[in-house]
Design a protein around this ligand. Structure first.
Ligand code: SP5
Ligand code: ZN
Length: 345
């Protein structure tokens, strides 16, 4: 399968995140993609650099003031104090519910709160460059699908599915799957499906397409009652207005077995097949793996071959977009297994 990859992701390398009030080493780190790149190369996949510029589509999917903040955030942070170059900023105040989010405060940490859903998405010197490059990669992939390629794999980070119209969160900044879907629409796809099989619910993707019948969002994920992102991902979230019926959430309890997961997966596939999409964007998280350090499903490495095989039965042009997956050592095998299953159905 053709793989799109750029080393620009390496500039996004926050050292730590917050867990139970303490700084712990970041789970979402460059090593993840280095291991995946090596495995893809070993298996002989053709790896190309992004050739497209995603900025115009990023500007359609995300708000202008949010993009402007992201672009300039690190420089602003360091301009406050040169020492900040070595310090990761974290938000500490958020405009929840009745508080105002129309005014952008001048205080940087308050701005960070305005544009964040959590304190688990640290920014770094190279965050914007990496996030933009991931966007370029998925737009390149969408163009290839338009040109008749049946499937393409976008090996990108930072991930995207938690990022909404005007906020970052869950290690995500720019919603890569969403901009891929937009691009596919613009190149003539009347019906696009985003199939999100990351362990976590893709609240950002859901938000962006909640009122759109022309982009079906289907997600299988850990029950938000106990799992991140907690405030989105319930089965009664079905879409709004014209988009009603075009959002399908399948939350599964922590501890769900591989067998139970595949039951949900196959019913999701029949739902998607009835929609008759012109293209499918797979938000591919590998954090459903049993060895994942932050997630609670129990897929085995060989299960990822089955995932690829079943996705292929939809017989629809497919763009894979990498999301989460933090069992770094096994990531290469798990990713290449999905591709092998898809190609050798
Ligand atoms: C793209 C993606 O998979 N984002 C996931 C974001 C999850 N953020 C919350 C992480 C909570 C980490 N808890 C650490 C548990 C260690 N035992
Ligand atoms: Zn995830």
């Amino acid at each position: 399968m053709i793989v799109i990859y750029t080393p620009d992701h390496k500039g996004h390398a926050p050292v730590h995140e917050i867990y139970r009030g303490e700084r712990v080493p970041s789970f979402e780190k460059p090593d993840r993609l280095v291991i995946i790149y090596d495995a893809l190369k070993d298996r002989g996949h053709e790896i190309i650099n992004p050739t497209a510029d995603s900025l115009a589509i990023i500007e359609e999917v995300h708000s202008a003031r949010y993009i402007n903040f992201l672009k300039t955030a690190w420089d602003t942070w360091v301009s406050i104090d040169p020492e900040n170059e070595h310090i990761q900023p974290f938000p500490s105040v958020w405009p929840v519910r009745t508080l105002r989010s129309d005014n952008e405060p001048l205080n940087f940490i308050a701005q960070l709160g305005l544009y964040s859903m959590d304190n688990g998405t640290p920014i770094d010197r190279g965050t914007w460059t990496a996030a933009k490059a991931a966007g370029d990669a998925v737009i390149t992939g969408a163009q290839m699908l338009h040109n008749g390629v049946h499937s393409v794999f976008c090996a990108v980070r930072p991930p995207g599915h938690h990022a909404g119209y005007d906020y970052m969160g869950g290690y995500c900044f720019i919603n890569n799957a969403a901009i891929a879907a937009r691009k596919l629409q613009q190149s003539g796809c009347k019906r696009v499906c985003i199939f999100d099989i990351d362990f976590h619910h893709g609240n950002g993707t859901q938000d962006i397409f909640y009122e759109s019948p022309d982009v079906l969002y289907v997600s299988i994920h850990g029950d938000p009652k106990t799992e991140f992102p907690f405030f989105s991902g319930y089965s009664d979230e079905k879409g709004l207005g014209d988009g009603y019926g075009y959002n399908l959430n399948i939350p599964l309890a922590a501890g769900t077995t591989s067998h139970q997961w595949f039951e949900a997966f196959r019913s999701a596939i029949s739902f998607i097949t009835r929609y008759k999409p012109d293209a499918v964007v797979v938000s591919l998280g590998l954090d459903t793996f049993e060895g994942d350090p932050i997630s609670k499903f129990s897929l085995l490495s060989e299960d990822f071959i089955k995932i690829g095989r079943d996705l292929h039965t939809m017989n629809t042009p497919t763009i894979f977009v990498l999301e989460g997956g933090y069992a770094v050592k096994e990531l290469g095998t798990n990713v290449t297994n999905v591709i092998d299953g898809f190609e050798n159905h």
